[in-house]
Design a protein around this ligand. Structure first.
Ligand code: SIN
Length: 490
């Protein structure tokens, strides 16, 4: 049962042009608690017609919003940021209930998401162009930064607040307007966030949110892809969907930011501080039950420290408390749905069939509480032939691969089409620079497992996508560059 101190935060309709509206066909989508797999709320199940209305509203709001002085846009974002923090506990409860994130982590997600809103409120007033040294007398060359226009934001379920905040905040800071579709599993957080933006004074049409079921999502998204007024698509999710968006948006040549799947390596060299490496792996692997694109998926440990590392890790993993996310003690909540927990079980079974050994975990747990719990797991003797080496497990499973030399581990770490994040632990400064430069990823944690921050450029290379979120680069992705050449000045 979800009870809030501000019950109005629980919205069940789309936000279009400042109005809370049912879907045109009045269809509804049930929102389920992953802990019990039971429905506890419902929202609009929208279609292409609703998506077009949202795009109409965003296109109509764009001229006035983009002309608002940057200082005013920044002030509205600051007010939104303050309201998010004022409602932190309610927002954390919504996240925890619809996504299954342990409450303590959900509170952290509210802070994390809010930090992007604050960061981009500050960046809004620092949008600068250039005046270029003139090559020809009597001419001035100026470079302006302009908002791209209407942005379509499509967000995932694993960070229902932070992902939408880090897309909408830079869009608004740049002067863009937004149509957004949150994941079908977690629509309530996005709607609550939009309601707070409305209370902060963000004008009608600047943020529009359309919710839809898995079945109706293609209709909503394709309507935006086909709409030439939508000038940018920003998406966090799987690589196959990212490729679809890239293909379909080619017809109108939209700007794209794609934050896609990962297969992060986590490397522990023989000169590493083993306690720090265990702490780092606990933080990065078991955060959100392992359901994070930047979670390590393959843990490479040098032969000389393998047994000591595994022993310390296994002790910590076995002590993790698994339980309903809204209970304060929970460290690992339920997985998002049956498909997710089935995939984890399949990866572990495949690994064991191919020779891996379970050190701890390796099974479904707490079935009396609900069907979606999986024990935090450590496997040893993992090899590249196993499914979990090629595909993100997206669950609380740490497979350990033994290695003997640096060149071999770099080759194996890079032997994947993905390139989002990588981590390694070493105390040798020469090795640190060598390895950091050799890893083919957009982000590298060096002796650090928690790398995401509002001031850092988040994003990948290879089939993990392109574009950056957060930092000043995250604002650039919502703007284009216009060059002015004024002559006859001599
Ligand atoms: C993600 O899983 O895509 C986002 C993770 C993060 O922001 O740390």
């Amino acid at each position: 049962m979800l009870t809030l101190s501000e019950p109005t935060l629980l919205r069940s309709q789309n936000l279009i042009d400042g109005q809370w509206r049912d879907a045109g066909l009045r269809a509804r989508l049930a929102v389920t608690d992953p802990a019990t797999a039971e429905a506890f709320a419902n929202v609009a199940d929208s279609n292409a017609g609703d998506a077009r209305l949202a795009a109409d509203a965003a296109a109509a709001a764009f001229p006035a919003w983009s002309r608002r002085p940057a200082r005013e846009r920044a002030q509205l974002l600051k007010r939104w940021h303050a309201l998010i923090l004022d409602h932190q506990e309610d927002l954390a409860r919504i996240i925890s209930t619809e996504q299954g994130k342990p409450l303590k982590e959900a509170r952290g997600e509210v802070q994390y998401g809010a930090s992007y809103v604050e960061w981009f409120a500050e960046e809004a007033t620092r949008i600068c162009g250039d005046i270029v040294a003139e090559a020809v007398p009597g001419r001035k060359l100026l470079v302006l930064k302009e908002p791209v226009g209407v942005v379509a934001a499509i967000t995932p379920w694993n960070f229902p607040l932070a992902m939408i905040a880090r897309k909408i905040a830079p869009a608004l800071a740049a002067g863009c307007t937004v149509v957004a579709k949150p994941a079908e599993d977690t629509p309530l957080t996005a709607l609550a966030l939009a309601w707070l933006a409305q209370q902060a004074g963000v004008p009608a049409g600047v943020i529009n949110i359309v919710t839809a079921s898995r079945e109706h999502t293609p209709g909503v998204v394709d309507a935006w892809l086909a709409d030439s007024r939508v000038r940018k698509v920003t998406f966090t999710g799987s690589t196959p969907v990212g490729k679809h968006l890239a293909r379909e948006s080619a017809a109108t040549l939209k700007k794209l930011s794609l934050e896609l799947g990962g297969n992060a390596p986590f490397i522990v060299f023989d000169d590493a501080d083993l306690d720090a490496a265990v702490d780092g792996l606990m933080a990065s692997k078991f955060r959100n039950g392992g359901q994070t694109c930047v979670c390590p998926n393959r843990v490479y440990v040098h032969d000389a420290v393998h047994d000591a590392f595994v022993e310390r890790l296994a002790q910590r993993v076995a002590a993790l408390h698994v339980g309903p996310a809204t209970e304060d003690a929970a460290q690992i909540g339920p997985m998002i749905n049956a498909r997710a927990v089935d995939k984890i079980a399949r990866h572990v079974e495949d690994a064991v069939a191919r020779g891996a050994r379970v050190v701890t975990g390796g099974k479904r747990v707490r079935s009396a509480d609900g069907p979606h719990y999986y024990a935090p797991t450590v496997l040893i003797d993992a090899t590249p032939a196993m499914e979990l080496s090629c595909e993100e497990t997206f669950g609380p499973v740490a497979p350990i691969f033994r290695f003997r030399d640096e060149a071999e581990v770099i080759r194996d770490a890079n032997d994947t089409p993905f390139g989002l994040a990588a981590y390694f632990y070493s105390s040798d400064i020469r090795r640190i620079w060598r390895v950091a430069q050799a890893l083919e990823t957009g982000m590298v944690g060096i002796n650090e497992g928690a790398i995401a921050a509002e001031a850092a450029p988040f994003g990948g290379v290879k089939e993990s996508g392109y574009g950056r979120e957060g930092s000043r680069h995250g604002l650039d992705d919502y703007m284009h560059t216009k060059y002015l050449c004024q002559g006859q000045l001599g």
